[in-house]
Design a protein around this ligand. Structure first.
Ligand code: ASP
Length: 433
């Protein structure tokens, strides 16, 4: 009885870790049999794992189009406050997009140097096809949906995103006139978030099957590439958090990054342990107030950032694309790389700030350059740990951009920021737009 209660208490994240470790160990054992010419009856087990793993990937694929579509429509429609908030809105969105583009570029650069996927031959594991790169003109033209419904049906994400952005902007503009449709999209988005939560409950089983199948085929040889992939993502995240953000802070505000991190580190830990930017919003707001940032700015920019600004997620996606491309022996040309940057920025907008969603929107980045999404199965096993770290970076990006925007708006009390004055209750009242 007590044992059951203990098992029930294990969090989903820990179940994923358990699935990963058990799948990995079983995979290694099976690999011994696969490579042993006298034993041939592992095929049946392979089919069971294929069913469990690919079944889970299909469930994730099922979510992508509606999840991204509704999330972008609702996200953009709610940015109608931009008008109220004036220049801040445009500036915030611009900084959010630029930092994400920078993040994914760093990831591409790091993983093209470290080459995590080289030495991992995945062609035998995955079922999808590797397609060739499209030309730049094609890529640009393909962004414009000829028929949005066929794009939705085919899962062509870039035209879907453009269509979703347009609907969101128009909903924001027409407001009351389209309130019913607005409510419909908001509720549809809630339904998709709930469906994501339910699908994720199956993640431990999916991860177990995927890990077992991957390592049954790769054996110990799969370890090094995976470790290199983890290294790439962590390095990218560290550069973004401790080089890019402090530099931006110094360049645009001349504020001391150490002062920032001293107060902000607790927010990073909270995001790390919860793996959700959304749940971190209240703490983020509180710490920014303690840093002297006016709530007038942060109460708009932080929730917005938790929805559309995912620099850490973009770093994981950049590394994952390179990892898979290298493992498939696919050479990504300049056009494909630009497509990855663009799609990852869009994916960041479409990624909800809850655990593991970055993995779901990763499928759209893979699709944009014709990589088989089955490759995601290999990295899925270890994604939970990376999700924790990248969420910490996601929320740090939101806070840094907020400080920059607030500083330009004269909405940062420098004495409070530098610890010369205690944060005051009345701070909100004395700031002005
Ligand atoms: N867990 C991330 C966040 O909430 C999203 C993701 O990358 O899965 O920020």
């Amino acid at each position: 009885m007590a044992m059951m209660a203990k098992i029930k208490k294990i969090s989903l994240g820990n179940w994923m870790l358990i699935g990963m470790v058990l799948g990995f160990l079983l995979g290694l054992i099976l690999n011994f049999y696969v490579t042993n010419p006298f034993i041939k009856d592992v095929i049946l087990i392979d089919n069971v794992f294929y069913l469990g793993g690919t079944g889970f990937i299909r469930l994730m694929k099922m979510l992508v189009v509606p999840l991204v579509f509704f999330s972008i429509v609702v996200g953009v429609a709610s940015i109608s406050d931009i008008k109220k908030i004036g220049a801040i809105g445009g500036r915030t969105i611009l900084i959010y997009l630029v930092t994400t583009a920078l993040a994914v570029s760093i990831a591409l650069l790091i993983s093209s140097m470290i080459k995590p996927g080289v030495g991992l031959n995945m062609i035998g594991i995955a079922q999808g096809n590797v397609t060739t790169n499209a030309t730049l003109t094609d890529t640009v033209l393909n962004i414009i949906p000829e028929n949005p419904f066929s794009s939705l049906a085919n899962g062509d994400m870039l035209p879907v995103i453009i269509f979703a952005l347009l609907i969101g902007i128009i909903l924001a503009k027409l407001r009351e006139e389209t309130q019913v449709v607005n409510d419909f999209f908001t509720q549809a988005n809630t339904i998709m978030m709930e469906m994501t939560r339910i699908v994720m409950k199956f993640a431990p089983i999916g991860i177990f099957c995927l890990m077992a199948r991957t390592f049954a085929s790769l054996g110990f040889g799969g370890l090094l590439p995976l470790a290199k992939y983890i290294g790439c993502v962590l390095l990218g995240l560290a550069i973004q958090a401790f080089v890019v953000y402090p530099s931006l802070l110094v360049i645009f505000t001349r504020l001391n990054p150490i002062q920032f991190f001293k107060k902000f580190i607790s927010v990073m830990f909270f995001a790390f342990s919860s793996s959700t930017s959304n749940a971190t919003i209240p703490l983020n707001l509180e710490k920014l107030s303690e840093l002297g940032v006016s709530r007038d700015v942060s109460s708009f920019t932080i929730p917005l950032g938790a929805t559309i600004n995912m620099d850490g997620t973009a770093i994981m996606q950049g590394c994952a694309v390179m990892f898979a491309a290298q493992a498939y022996g696919m050479d990504l040309g300049m056009t494909a790389l630009l497509t990855v940057v663009f799609t990852a920025v869009m994916a960041s907008i479409g990624t909800a700030g809850v655990p593991s969603v970055g993995l779901i929107t990763l499928t759209m980045v893979f699709n944009s350059v014709g990589l088989p999404v089955d490759a995601i199965g290999v990295i899925m096993g270890i994604d939970h740990i990376l999700d924790m770290v990248r969420t910490a970076v996601n929320v740090t990006g939101d806070a840094i951009c907020t400080i920059i925007v607030a500083f330009k708006n004269k909405s940062v009390d420098l004495d409070i920021f530098n610890g010369r004055k205690e944060p005051t209750e009345t701070w909100d009242d004395i700031t002005q737009f």
